[in-house]
Design a protein around this ligand. Structure first.
Ligand code: GCO
Ligand code: CA
Length: 254
């Protein structure tokens, strides 16, 4: 019985920003739990390569290339995905981290991070939630971060968007829980991904991070998918507006 609770068979999940990194790991994990997964990004060729890898692992995979920072492209992209079946699970994962000190930061950098990390979540959730509300059920999982709670120098716009998407998660709960949707966040700590490669290559940062994190190490992407399967499954049917920190204890200690 308990494992049935976590079974995603018959479900279909759209994961934005899933050609690599956390998004691809989330898609792989949801697929391994039985979901059909739809990969999203701007680069169709990169998505096809990622999809081929997941198919080689026996997963059911489609791709949907559209720019999540473009409202009209999202409406068209979601409509196209829904033409192939329902979207039962939406992972708002698209994100970028352009680092720099705020007093040296050009408008362009700020706007790119806000659009990629925050506008995208609103555009995609709005488009997908219409169908979910009509059906009276759906799962929305927003990729938050330990930076939904904590700041770190040189990551101003990223930190602002991760705080915002954490609160947007609660706003989605407020609007949609009564319609049978569960909207929650996954807040990763420091994981080994393309996005954090520069940090792992910096011995000083690496030493600091391993001391700052109670688990004493970086997270590995397979350690993130359990939380995603939980929030995507019936096991979390009464969990709403919650940010689930997967951070080795980082946000629990000073
Ligand atoms: C940084 C890192 C972090 C991680 C992650 C931590 O520069 O501090 O990129 O932002 O990406 O968000 O959860
Ligand atoms: Ca279905």
């Amino acid at each position: 019985m308990s494992l049935k609770l976590f079974d995603l068979s018959g479900k279909r999940a759209l994961v934005t920003g899933s050609s690599q990194g956390i998004g691809l790991a989330l898609a792989r994990g949801l697929g391994a739990a039985g979901a059909a997964v739809v990969l999203n990004g701007r680069d169709a060729a990169k998505l096809e390569r990622a999809a081929a890898g997941l198919r080689a692992e026996g997963l059911r995979v489609e791709i949907a290339a559209f720019d999540v920072t473009d409202s009209a492209a999202v409406e068209a992209g979601v409509a196209s995905v829904e033409a192939g079946g329902t979207i039962d699970i939406l992972c708002n994962n698209a994100g970028v981290n352009l680092r720099g000190l705020l007093h040296e930061m050009p408008d362009e950098t700020w706007h790119t991070v806000i659009a990629t990390n925050l506008h995208s979540a609103f555009y995609c959730a709005r488009a997908v939630a219409r169908g979910m509300v009509a059906r009276g059920r759906g799962k929305i999982i927003n990729t938050c971060s330990v930076m939904s709670m904590l700041g770190r120098t040189t990551t101003g716009p990223y930190t602002a968007t991760k705080g915002a998407i954490g609160m947007l998660t609660k706003a989605m709960c407020a609007d949609w829980a009564k319609h049978g949707l569960q909207c929650n966040g996954i807040a990763p700590g420091y994981f080994s991904t393309e996005l954090t490669t520069p940090l792992r290559a910096n011995a000083e940062f690496n030493d600091w991070l391993c001391k700052r994190t109670p688990a004493g190490r970086w997270g590995e992407l397979p350690e993130l998918v359990g939380a995603a399967i939980f929030l995507a499954s019936d096991a979390s049917s009464y969990v709403n507006g919650h940010l689930l920190y997967v951070d080795g204890g980082l946000t629990s200690v000073v």
